[in-house]
Design a protein around this ligand. Structure first.
Ligand SMILES: [Zn+2]
Length: 210
């Protein structure tokens, strides 16, 4: 009976992000909050201490990267300008579901193409009919074509994202985004605050113990 122990670490942290406006050159800052997860398995339940530590360390490292590179879409409180990296971020967040849909189409096409191949491998006297061949090729073409089309649609949607289109009128408020605070972030608060929590789960033969 194989027993394993999974350690899942979740860590959250916050920091100030300092910005200098590209337009009016004034400084402002906003709070950046991020969360990171990591999971490490101690196979057969051995070296649990190391696995627990590695889960925590990995999550903390991921969080550090997220806080370092994190961008929110926060217009300048003085003039309303949204900075270039924020526009990039807004575009990155646009219609992300289309990526998953495109991947799904591609996989479906691939599956259709693989079907006659599977038949060749599994049947003792394999014979792929021309109809099956056509279906495989058409399936692959449609799947790939749909995937490419969806990604192009996403590109088009992304290119319409421009929070500065009404500048100098302030942009529409973006739900869930923090407000910019004029000036540089206070020094004593620039340090990062983080908290990590590691949970332990015991499993047997792929299943979980009650
Ligand atoms: Zn500004």
């Amino acid at each position: 009976m194989a027993v394993h122990v999974d350690f899942s670490a979740i860590t959250a942290g916050a920091t100030w992000q300092n910005v200098q406006c590209e337009k009016c050159k004034k400084h402002y800052h906003y709070p950046l909050v991020r969360e990171a997860k990591a999971s490490v398995r101690a196979a057969y339940g051995i070296r649990q201490g190391a696995a627990e530590e590695r889960a925590a360390k990995t999550a903390q490292y991921k969080l550090m990267k997220l806080l370092e590179q994190g961008v929110e879409i926060v217009p300048c409180p003085s003039c309303g300008w949204v900075q270039q990296d924020m526009i990039r971020e807004a575009r990155r967040r646009t219609a992300r579901w289309l990526i998953y849909l495109a991947a799904l189409c591609f996989i479906a096409g691939l599956a259709l193409a693989m079907y006659p191949l599977g038949e060749l491998l599994s049947v003792t006297d394999p014979e792929v009919t021309p109809a099956e061949k056509t279906r495989a090729i058409v399936g692959l073409l449609i799947g790939t074509g749909a995937a490419v089309a969806l990604l192009i649609v996403r590109r088009m949607l992304q290119s319409t994202v421009n929070p500065n289109s009404h500048y100098p009128k302030p942009p529409e408020p973006i739900p869930g985004m923090p407000a910019g605070i004029p000036g540089k972030a206070p020094r004593e608060l620039l340090g990062r605050t983080t908290a990590t929590d590691v949970s332990r789960r015991v499993g047997v033969d792929g299943g979980l113990l009650p």
